[in-house]
Design a protein. Sequence first.
Length: 134
Amino acid sequence: MLEVITPEGVAFKDGVDTAVLPTVEGEIGILPGHLPLLTMLEPGEITFSQNGQHNSITIDQGFAQILSDKISILTEAAIEVSKIDPSKAAEAMAKAENALKGFKDKEVDATEIERLEAIIRFSLAQQMSKNKHR
């Protein structure tokens, strides 16, 4: 079972045969019966197979917990690669970059800076995933 959870709710939940996760140490493959594991995730792509079909979900940074035959992903954002609109991702990234540039000489709440950096990070991950699957 693979479940991907974001602050907005469950982005994906279904049975999978295998999964590959983008950890801070590099990609790791998860097969049924994997040893328990808790690891940090980098922004990138989770690839998985279901009945011989390969699918992908792009995620922002987060955490993965593997217990028994369940993979739980907690991340700030997630989207299935097939649903990515590259122009929307590029637009969101440009708006966030411009907003950050506007903060140059101003005192800004650190939370707002982190929010904008997260938009840029996730937009870049989406664009890279989409380009990989063209």
